[in-house]
Design a protein around this ligand. Structure first.
Ligand code: DGT
Ligand code: CA
Ligand code: CA
Ligand code: ZN
Length: 602
């Protein structure tokens, strides 16, 4: 089946060349794969399909009979046994060494043969012991460079928070759109899909002024290194270690390139299979009618400015992603849902629901002030909420057991409540402030204040901040006990994870969701870019079961209020609609909700 593209085949061929070289194979054999990869890059996708179908691949300079067979196998089955066996025959640590700048297959081979080095750890050790400097063909300079490369890899090899990537991407996107000759520009990839972490940025640009766009992109002041540059594409690395790919395409290809490079890979594979089943072939270049096995003829989807026609003779303009999905019998699938998790089946059957948007939010709960560990005062936070146009702001400073965060003992808490009542009464701001607290769930599941104190606030966010090492059963029972407490309005950050830094504590999320349903307790989607907790994958089920979500910025300063935007990404990825999000409700509705909650001892 046709699920492997020309470029993917070319990549595999050149990887085979590298792996063979790593194994010390005959240089002619190595070169055969490298030139095969280059030869493929020079032909069109449709041409490749035709050549394979007609068994004419060998007519291309640089592709011999052995290579033609392998390309055919890859193209028609999606796999290549030779490649799988080759990969399995090489120590993975050796392949990993290829990621270190300045180390090619030949040098790695020498390191392996002479010093038995087969991993980055072993290489680091050898460098530190000065053994690389003594090696023929290496020397002290090379050793230094390798060590620096290993350090860089640690710093750069990691993923980045969505927020950090977005902050870099936004102005670049605006800059690209402002360039003369640029018709359209979008950020694609995991950023557009709203993933919680980002490997690299992907920009897709429609422009006729290719050289100018590449030149602008590669000379951005924050670019530290140009890692690749071609006529219509470039890759750069920024100071932060974040990398970005730029691809420039003709305007009529933009929609297809945007869809392809938005991904995800799984979504793309499913889309291609769907196209195939309809006698069509979808790629980053376009949607074309495929005739018989592998051969490809006319364009189905074309930009209206191009006078192409479909096989049936009628014009079918594909000028937007919505058109592209429609051509495959699907409703528009928002990028956040394109994870290959059943979105095609859904978009085939029904109108996808309108997902919640940032503009739907009327306010937000769980925000800190200088009373605990926040860095802005109550008035500053309220002014910032007012500037965002929010009808209300929920304050939730830390409770007394969170000593390191200056948690509020009862007297200070009561004073803060008075202060908030005073602020509301003063009408100084248009934004109403709700009194609340981020109340510690103590190790045994009790809350951090007595009922009389808890009853004085509009709402309670219950969170874990201690005894992280409890086993899963204990932790789960602890959280459920807090959910059973009639004063608990919502559960804070379910797992306490810090993305890219710290795993969350172990909990049985299903049991906790069950308890939240039973007791009508909300769960927060902590929108701090470091947390995004509870995870969107779990929200799919929770929302279906009726758990109300509160998208909480957990802001520790005025800027932190804007983090709700990151929470919106995760909410959308889970398929959440406006009515499943508590803080899309109006001030009056929220007031009624809080008043209606049972307060046993008042
Ligand atoms: P990242 O950068 O790791 O956070 O994730 P993505 O999804 O941005 O991945 P990236 O930057 O490697 O590629 C962008 C999109 O391009 C990806 O989501 C799907 C598409 N794509 C890239 N390489 C392939 C491939 O080998 N096969 C298929 N089917 N799609 C690909
Ligand atoms: Ca990417
Ligand atoms: Ca990329
Ligand atoms: Zn917290």
């Amino acid at each position: 089946m046709f699920i492997v593209t020309k470029n993917e085949i070319a990549d595999i061929l050149s990887e085979i060349g590298t792996l063979l070289e790593l194994k010390g194979e005959n240089p002619f054999k190595v070169r055969a794969y490298q030139s095969g990869a280059r030869a493929l890059e020079g032909i069109e996708e449709a041409e490749l399909a035709r050549l394979i179908a007609e068994k004419q691949l060998e007519s291309i300079a640089g592709i011999g009979s052995a290579l033609a067979l392998k390309i055919g196998e890859l193209y028609t089955t999606g796999r290549l046994e030779f490649y799988d066996n080759l990969k399995a025959s090489i120590a993975p640590g050796l392949v990993e060494l290829l990621q270190i700048p300045g180390l090619g297959p030949k040098k790695i081979r020498a390191l392996h043969d002479k010093l038995g080095i087969d991993s980055i750890a072993a290489l680091t050790e050898a460098c530190q012991a000065g053994r690389i400097a003594e090696l023929d063909g290496f020397g002290a300079k090379t050793q230094e460079k390798i060590l620096a490369g290993i350090k860089n890899r640690e710093a750069y090899g990691r993923r980045h928070l969505w927020w950090d990537a977005w902050v870099v991407a936004e102005p670049i996107l605006a800059g690209l759109r402002a360039l003369p000759g640029v018709k359209r520009a979008e950020a694609a990839g995991s950023l557009r899909r709203g993933a919680e972490t980002i490997g690299d940025l992907d920009f897709i640009v429609a422009s006729s002024e290719v050289a100018q766009v590449v030149a602008w992109f590669t000379t951005l002041p924050e670019v530290k290194e140009i890692t690749a540059q071609g006529e219509t594409k470039a890759s750069v690395r920024f100071e932060s270690g974040l990398q970005a790919d730029l691809r420039i395409v003709p305007e009529e290809q933009f929609v297809f390139a945007l869809h392809h490079f938005t991904g995800s890979k799984d979504h793309n594979v499913q889309m291609r299979q769907r196209a195939l089943a309809r006698g069509l072939s979808l790629s980053e270049w376009g949607l074309v009618r495929s005739e018989g096995e592998g051969t490809v003829k006319e364009k189905v989807g074309v930009n209206p400015t191009l006078k192409g026609k479909s096989a049936s003779g009628q014009q079918r303009a594909i000028d937007s992603e919505a058109d592209l999905f429609a051509a495959l019998g699907l409703r528009f699938i928002p990028p956040e849902l394109r994870e290959g998790l059943g979105e095609l089946e859904f978009a085939e059957k029904s109108d996808l629901p309108r997902l919640v948007e940032a503009a739907d939010l009327c306010g937000a709960f769980h925000n800190h002030t200088t009373a605990s560990d926040g860095s802005n005062t109550l008035a500053e936070m309220t002014a910032a909420a007012e500037a965002l146009g929010w009808q209300y702001l929920g304050i939730a400073d830390h409770s007394k057991s969170s000593v390191q965060a200056k948690g509020l003992a009862e007297d200070r808490l009561l004073r803060q409540i008075e202060e908030i009542h005073g602020l509301n009464a003063s009408k100084r701001f248009k934004t109403h402030v709700f009194t609340g607290v981020e109340c510690d769930i103590l190790p045994d599941g009790r809350l951090d204040y007595d009922d009389a104190t808890l009853a004085k606030m509009d709402y309670i966010v219950a969170s874990i901040h201690s005894a992280f090492a409890q086993d899963e059963a204990t932790m789960t029972a602890r959280i459920i006990r807090a959910i059973e407490n009639p004063y608990t309005t919502m559960l804070g950050h379910l797992t306490g994870r810090l993305l890219l830094r710290r795993e969350g504590y172990r909990v049985d999320a299903n049991k906790i969701i069950d308890a939240a349903v039973t007791h009508g307790v909300m769960i927060e989607l902590n929108a701090s870019p470091w947390r995004l907790d509870m995870d969107w994958r779990l929200w799919r089920k929770a929302s279906e079961r009726g758990v109300l979500c509160s998208i909480n910025p957990d802001a520790h300063d005025t800027e932190g209020l804007g983090h709700v935007r990151a929470g919106i990404n995760s909410a959308r990825k889970s398929g959440m609609t406006r009515d499943q999000v508590f803080n899309t409700r109006s001030l009056d509705e929220v007031k009624k909700y809080f008043e209606a909650r049972v307060k046993p001892s008042t």
